[in-house]
Every structure is written in C-alpha cells, then in structure tokens.
Design a protein around this ligand. Sequence first.
Ligand code: AMP
Ligand code: MG
Length: 314
Amino acid sequence: VILGGGAKIGAGRRRAVFRVQSEVLRCARRFLEARGFLEVLSPVFEPYTDTGIGDAGFFEIDYYGRRFKLMSALTIHKPVLVTQLGNIFSFTPCSRREPASYSPAKRHLSQFYQIEVEMEGDCQEAMDILERLTKHVIDGVRTSCKIELEILDTILPSPSLPFNRLRYKEAVNAAKNMGVNFNPEAGLSWEAEEEISRHIEGPLFITNFPTGLAEDRGILYKVAGEYLMDFDLVMPNGHGEVSSGSEREVEYEDILRKIKPDQRDSFKPYLEVIKRGVRHTSGFGVGVERLTKYICDLENISEASLFPKVPGTQ
Ligand code: AMP
Ligand code: MG
C-alpha cells in the first residue's frame, strides 16, 4: 500500500524521488545557515495570511468561534520576523484552494511546502540569493544523488550564474510569438509560462510585473510606478515557475491601502505591529514539490508529494 495513494510510480522510483527531495531540503538548509539565516517554524493557521495567491482561495477553520485561515504562505509575517530576529528561512506548509480547472497543468496541489526566505535588502539582493541557492541545491543533488537520477532516467544540468532575466513585457511578447493566446493583464497563464519554459535552456527570471497584478501577487509586493519590484523564477523543460518573490512594501499607509475593507478587521493585529515599523526586506518562496518535479523531471507534481491533494478531487 502506498500512503497518500496518488502516485502511481514504482517503489524504486518513489524512493528515488523522496531521497532527492530530502537532499533538496538538506542543501537549502546548509546554504542558508552558512549565510547567517535563522530557521524558524511557521504557524499552520492564523487570523490572516498572505493574500497574493492568484485565482486560489483559502481554507478556513473554526477557531473557538472565529474563522482562521490555513497559511497560504508566510510572506506577510516575514518582514516582521526579520525585524525581530534578523534574516530568516522556513520550510512552510501552505494550503490553497486552487481552481480544479488548473489540473491539466499537473503543477498545482492544495497542500504543498515552500522554502521561504526573507532578508534585509533589495530585490536584486534577494534574486542573487535565490539563484545561488537554486544552483547550490541542484549541484548538491547532482553530487549526492547520482544513483537516484539514474533510476529516474534524467540528466540534470548544472545551471550557470547569473540566470537570464526577462522583463514581464518581453515575456508576454515571447509567449505570443510562440503562438499562445492569453490576456497579459491577467498575468502569464500557466499555458504561456509552460511554453516559455519549453524554449529556455537554463533557469530564467521574469521581472517587473505590471502594477495591475499587485492584488494577484500580494499586498507586500512593492509598487514602483508602473511596475512591481518582483520576480518569478522559471525552470526549463516545461516545468515552469518554481519561485516568486519581491521587495516588500513596509510602510503602514501603503499596506493599509492595499488591504480590502472587508479584510481590515482580521488584519488589525498585524497592522498594529506594522505601525511600529518594520525593516526594509525582500524575500521569496520556492515550491519544494515544484523544484522536485523539475529536478526529477516528473510528469505530475503529485509524484513529488507523499500525501498529494489534487485541487478539485478528494
Ligand atoms: P507564489 O508566491 O504564489 O508564487 O508561491 C510561491 C511558490 O510556491 C511558487 O513559485 C510555486 O513554486 C509554489 N506554489 C504555489 N502554489 C502552488 C500550488 N498550488 N501547488 C504547488 N506549488 C505551489
Ligand atoms: Mg508565483
């Protein structure tokens, strides 16, 4: 009996995937600890959580008569934690009610983990850490998981630094030239992102998403005129995005303006903390199952989760 049920791969392959995943976590932890990041434990539910989850919804629980949300990400909590503790990282359990219509992408789960990182500094510094972290993890797997990569019958190239960068506008044009039809004002559709991902040789940063996408991407994504100071990291071979991040909005008034009136009540304790001042931070979250899917070249993200929860199915 295979716990979790979803993965229809042989025991040898299954063990190889989770041995690789364990190595991913070990390498990430080693890299971040060596650079002075402090590991913290994320909560599982809170009165409020990150709102930048695109088309997904929240899962809620009854907490002594109040509706609390299962954490969608640690994003909005992180600048506060950095203010109190210095640079941090967390292996965060995340829950999101993704639309069932996303299932053909084979890249969405209702429950997944992120390697979340937050640091004092600007967007470029966060991208610098993310690309080095990604390279460190991939090179670590290449060195320590040779047998597993052989069982999985995949060749994992070592990425070169720095990763290529494309502004959102250029990414939209590239996807259109590849024949994908989508509305760029609604963001890159997963189909567009997948097509771009099929045409790149190494990891690619997409930067400068338009301000119009601020609500989709998160209340803390810093607005700078027409653009957000943000980035996505896309891996090759059709695996698509593995990470998103940004420089953070840290001014009380700017954050308050972005919180919808009907959410102000649940965010009240958070806003009280922000009012006292938080540090200027940047950060990102790397999807653990997404990165595992890329590294192991898996067809479906369900194979990268021990207990896969597929949106729209029980
Ligand atoms: P986001 O900030 O929404 O981009 O989430 C950060 C990262 O978490 C993404 O780049 C993905 O790698 C991962 N992620 C987000 N949503 C899901 C999902 N539904 N299933 C699996 N991984 C996800
Ligand atoms: Mg994203």
